[in-house]
Design a protein around this ligand. Structure first.
Ligand SMILES: *[C@@H]1O[C@H](CO)[C@@H](O)[C@H](O)[C@H]1NC(C)=O
Length: 330
């Protein structure tokens, strides 16, 4: 998840577990092209060649070792790319696996992350961006991170939060078509998460918080504004089992900085550059420690859509203001 709504807990124990887990890069797009037989059987070398090769290999390893002592960075998804489906599997963390045992049918076949630019159309992304802008115009954080949660109504305001459904100006902000777009996109993401991680879609429930975020370069005024600390979603929000992010603006065009970064145990940071309509989905356990880089200029909009396997943490789709306020009066 991106904008932190609470203080972030860092657990070094989980991080070291993560380190030993190791990661397997699985680029599905390239997998099919791999053809091991074309290399044929290994040739046999004369002693001297073995020796010189040995020296060469040691040399290369030395360079690689010293070159990566401070960690490497690897782009999982660049802004300019159009990605159909790019996945990276990672071993599930023990804590995550243990917890999900109670939820038969919702246990992932694999843990990891997947990015797709083909799930949500440009029209849908623009419609959601417009909802976020209209809603946030009624409030906004004084620091760098504003959130708008259409389910609970939470909207950043100055250094606090207000309920957008209690604001007078909110009456005509959202239209029926807004809610329709929102639900359609949510359902698509839910099905994609279920499909990729091999779980049953009807056993995945939307959970709290699911929200729009707006990040800019303004200095943080409260802990809520500090989105750049590495964290594990499952630790920040107990109900999370699968996290997804839909980007509504473009890295390098609408804003600079603000890349999403997975901090992996193999001393490698894997980055996802936001692209309008791009969806990134991942398991919420400590196998996916991550943070969002500080935005250095411009404005970055995204929608965090969170899922749980635990029905008691399920939330409903947002409703139009009229029906919501009726219900809240009851
Ligand atoms: C990877 O992320 C960590 C955590 O923020 C950071 O300390 C480190 O410098 C990053 N490494 C690279 C190569 O960017």
């Amino acid at each position: 998840m991106e904008a932190s709504g609470r203080q972030i807990k860092r657990r070094s124990a989980n991080r070291s577990k993560l380190k030993s887990a190791g990661t397997i890069l699985e680029e599905k797009e390239n997998e099919a092209k791999e053809n091991k037989s074309k290399y044929g059987p290994m040739p046999t070398f004369q002693y001297q060649r073995v020796f010189t090769r040995g020296i060469l290999i040691v040399g290369v390893l030395t360079v690689v070792y010293f070159g990566t002592k401070d960690g490497r960075e690897f782009a999982l998804a660049k802004q300019k790319e159009v990605i159909h489906h790019r996945a990276q599997d990672i071993m599930c963390s023990d804590d995550y696996r243990a917890e999900l045992e109670a939820f038969y049918g919702c246990i992932p076949k694999r843990c990891g992350r997947v990015v797709s630019d083909k799930l949500v159309s440009g029209t849908e992304a623009d419609a959601l961006l417009s909802i976020a802008k209209r809603g946030m115009a009624l409030g906004g954080s004084e620091g760098g991170a504003t959130i708008l949660d259409l389910h609970s109504g939470a909207l950043s305001h100055g250094r606090n939060f207000v309920n957008i459904y209690h604001l007078n100006g909110a009456k005509d902000v959202f239209k029926k078509t807004d809610i329709t777009f929102y639900k359609v996109v949510k359902t698509k993401i839910q099905n994609a998460v279920a499909h990729h991680f091999g779980v049953q879609p009807h056993l995945l429930y939307l959970t709290h918080p699911t929200f729009f975020s707006r990040l800019n370069a303004a200095p943080a005024l409260t802990a809520h504004d500090e989105y750049w600390h590495p964290h594990v979603d499952k630790e920040t929000y107990d109900s999370f089992h699968y996290t997804s992010l839909l980007y509504l603006t473009d890295y390098g065009h609408d804003f600079h900085g603000g890349r999403f970064i997975f901090v992996d145990g193999d001393n490698t940071n894997r980055t996802v550059e936001p692209r309008k309509g791009r969806v990134s989905m991942f398991t919420s356990g400590s196998e996916n420690l991550h943070y969002v880089e500080k935005v250095s200029s411009g404005t970055r909009y995204a929608l965090t859509v969170s899922f749980t396997c635990d029905q008691k943490h399920a939330i409903d789709d947002p409703m139009l203001l009229s029906s919501v306020s009726k219900e809240q009066k009851q």
